[in-house]
Design a protein around this ligand. Structure first.
Ligand code: PEP
Length: 228
């Protein structure tokens, strides 16, 4: 089955890049593009998603954006708990859960990021950490997605082996039989085929490579050819 591609531009990209996406992707079935929020109100043939949301539904929180507002402009997906948010903005598992819950209340599918640090990976604690994050970050019910993003693989050019990704995703699938599961961390046009081919990987969250239109186009084309 074709795989999902979720492009996370982080605090990069431009109107020009959005125009390149518009020219390149006509009615793509499984592409979600998450640009900085100033670009979310654009008309596109692909799905737009947000990179973050505030964990309170409304109020005096200058500079923040609510799930209700995203819903108001037709946004249906939002990344929550990205490791950069956890690292630079001190987001805790409690906050990630609250963000996921405000998304669900506004009919937005949260894409909840989980994953171990390098120290935890080296100590063989990946499954233990995932287990804890699932317990503490996931709503009891609702239509959410989960992205397995080893912190040490994000933006580094390093990835776990396909066996390691498979072990993590098999664990996640056992716990979450009905949930869309993405892998994220240094996915590029060279490794996408091998990663998409892993059982229980329903797609990829792509950061750096999504800023290059040729690379993301290739990754998307690969995602559309996968059969498992
Ligand atoms: C990400 O931002 O979620 C990500 C996986 O980044 P990169 O592809 O650059 O590792």
């Amino acid at each position: 089955m074709e795989k999902w591609v979720v492009a996370n531009w982080k605090m990069s990209g431009s109107k020009n890049l959005l125009d390149e996406y518009k020219k390149t992707f006509q009615n793509p079935k499984k592409l979600i593009v998450c640009p900085p929020s100033v670009y979310l109100n654009e008309t596109t043939e692909f799905i737009l998603g947000a990179q973050n949301i505030y964990h309170h539904p409304k109020g005096a929180y200058t500079g923040e954006i609510s799930a209700l507002m995203l819903n108001d402009i037709g946004i249906k997906y939002c990344i929550v708990g990205h490791s950069e948010r956890r690292q630079y903005f001190e987001e805790t598992n409690d906050m990630v859960l609250a963000k996921a819950e405000v998304c669900l209340k506004s009919s937005i599918t949260p894409i909840i990021c989980v994953g171990e640090t390098f120290e935890q990976y080296q100590a063989g604690k990946t499954i233990e950490i995932l287990s804890q994050q699932l317990r503490e970050c996931l709503p009891n019910e609702g239509n959410f997605w989960v992205a397995y993003e080893p912190v040490w693989a994000i933006g580094t050019g390093c990835t776990p082996t396909t066996t390691e990704i498979s072990t993590a995703h098999t664990f996640l699938r056992e716990k979450l039989p009905e949930i869309t599961l993405l892998y994220g961390g240094s996915v590029n046009e060279s490794n996408a085929g091998a990663i998409f081919a892993i059982a229980n990987v329903d797609g990829a969250l792509v950061g750096g490579a999504s800023l290059d239109i040729d690379k993301i186009h290739l990754i998307y084309q690969i995602a559309m050819t996968i059969k498992n």
